[in-house]
Design a protein around this ligand. Structure first.
Ligand code: F0G
Length: 448
């Protein structure tokens, strides 16, 4: 053992601890868990990470996740020993996170009214399964392997299931995915099937699929790879490591994510809390989380749009009654999340508490954007030669809205995360077929 990792409840009044080899989604009192490391990593590791980019034939150096393995070493292995890495770490031949880094996108900068050298977007869609999920699936499957798991399960709006199915097939595990019937992008459904997963279609939305899956997983003692699994969030921290490494560990002013189940928000918050505590960064970037207007639970609660109370982490004293009242109000009035960006069509974000903690630590903001704005933003990203899916369009759309309010300044350094690749070409085609759309280039018929 070269480090000392354990699981710990996030509630400061509880802080129950569990061994790394236990699989649980919460403490015995039902609170979410963090993975903790008692040994502070040496800042010289920054040089080690840089050296590993010249990876030779070592897939664990090539991987944009496992390059940072010393900071997510919950298996407590010798990170320099290739054989040990190969025995423990789940990787798609080093492909996860390999192509991800911030890019400047001048047309997007112009669209959101920012200085072109200040805006960066990091396409996480260029991961093996086409979304940021692979960052976390690599670590979740690593933990599953450690526990000798034979079968994994998830509920998904599409990308989690594609990623889970891909990693499970590579590790020879069974995979069962619960999806809201008719409400996931066709390309994502195709991926889950192609990678050999058993797809279970649930009549209802993602929130319903998650509830059903958690019940089934408990019954059959299956390993859950949704973002309520703290080991998955460890892998997603590497999204932030890659941003910071690219910026020579000088934190940007803002990190911007779309908000769905809020796994990314939770993970980025934990990552920044750790780096700050270790003294690796002196400044804390502010998190901006962007909901779709039609699926805006965090936006509504955080900004006091329900019952006039602003929901806060409040050092762990979260107003849980407010959350319950809002969920009851949603259920009673049949308020269902509704957006074309099905990836983030979520009403009850499973990582809400951790997200509130992240927003408190980073002095974050939460905004929401219309589907129309997401479509335009997705089109502008395309004009810079990158593709992204509609949910990722929330990022430029949100930056634009925060710029209009001067919350983000023109020369702030902003890094937005484009979470997934385009997996529903019909959305793009329909956008361009309608000439009234701002960036539509409508196909013409050749007349000779
Ligand atoms: N962007 C994309 C492309 C996603 O697929 C998701 C979530 C999000 C953003 C939201 O991220 O949950 O961390 O706030 N997709 C999940 C899924 C729910 O099942 O694929 P989050």
């Amino acid at each position: 053992m070269i480090s000392d990792a354990y699981q710990e409840c996030i509630d400061p009044k509880c802080m129950l601890r569990y061994d790394i080899k236990e699989f649980r989604l919460s403490c015995s009192k039902g609170h979410p868990l963090d993975i903790k490391y008692s040994i502070k990593p040496h800042v010289k590791l920054k040089d080690v990470f840089a050296m590993r980019r010249n990876h030779g034939s070592n897939i664990y150096n090539e991987s944009g996740v496992w390059r940072f393995r010393d900071l997510i070493n919950f298996c407590q292995i010798d990170t320099e020993d290739y054989e040990e890495c190969a025995k423990y770490l789940a990787s798609l031949d080093g492909a996860e996170g390999r192509l991800s880094k911030p890019f400047k996108m001048s047309k997007v900068a112009e669209y959101v009214n920012m200085h072109k050298d200040c805006l960066f977007l990091q396409p996480e869609g260029y991961n093996p399964s086409g979304s940021f999920k692979d960052n976390g699936m690599a670590t979740a499957l690593t933990h599953a392997k450690l526990l000798n798991v034979k079968k994994i399960m998830c509920a998904s709006t599409g990308n989690t299931s594609a990623s889970a199915a891909m990693y499970a097939s590579n590790e020879g595990m069974e995979c069962e995915v619960y999806v809201p019937r008719g409400e996931i992008a066709i390309g994502k459904l195709g991926q889950a099937l192609q990678f050999g997963a058993q797809v279970i279609e649930v009549d209802g939305n993602f929130d319903d699929a998650l509830a059903v899956m958690l019940k089934e997983a408990k019954r059959s003692n299956a390993y859950v790879v949704n973002s309520v699994n703290p080991f998955r969030l460890e892998g997603q921290k590497t999204i932030v490591y890659r941003v910071l490494e690219y910026l020579n560990w000088e934190p940007p002013d803002w990190l911007v994510y779309p908000g769905g189940a809020l796994g990314n928000t939770a993970s980025a918050g934990k990552c920044l809390m750790e780096l700050y505590e270790w003294g690796w960064i002196k400044k804390i970037p502010r998190l901006a989380v962007i909901n779709a207007e039609g699926a805006s639970t965090l936006y509504t609660l955080y900004n006091g749009k329900f019952n006039g109370k602003e929901l806060r982490w409040n050092k762990g004293n979260v107003d849980l009654d407010l959350i319950n009242e809002y969920y009851e109000y949603m259920d009673k009035n049949n308020i269902r999340p509704r957006t074309d960006a099905t990836a983030i069509q979520i009403g009850k974000p499973a990582n809400l508490l951790k997200a509130l903690r992240a927003l408190e630590f980073t002095n974050g903001v939460v905004e929401c954007v219309s589907d129309k704005d997401m479509y335009d933003s997705m089109a502008v990203v395309g004009l810079n030669g990158f593709d992204c899916e509609l949910a990722s369009g929330a990022v430029p759309a949100g930056i634009k809205k925060l710029r209009e309010q001067e919350i983000i300044k023109k020369d702030d350094v902003v890094v937005g995360i484009l979470t997934g690749r385009q997996k529903d070409p019909n959305l793009v085609i329909n956008y361009h077929l309608n000439p009234s759309n701002r960036f539509a280039v409508t196909p013409k018929r050749y007349k000779g």
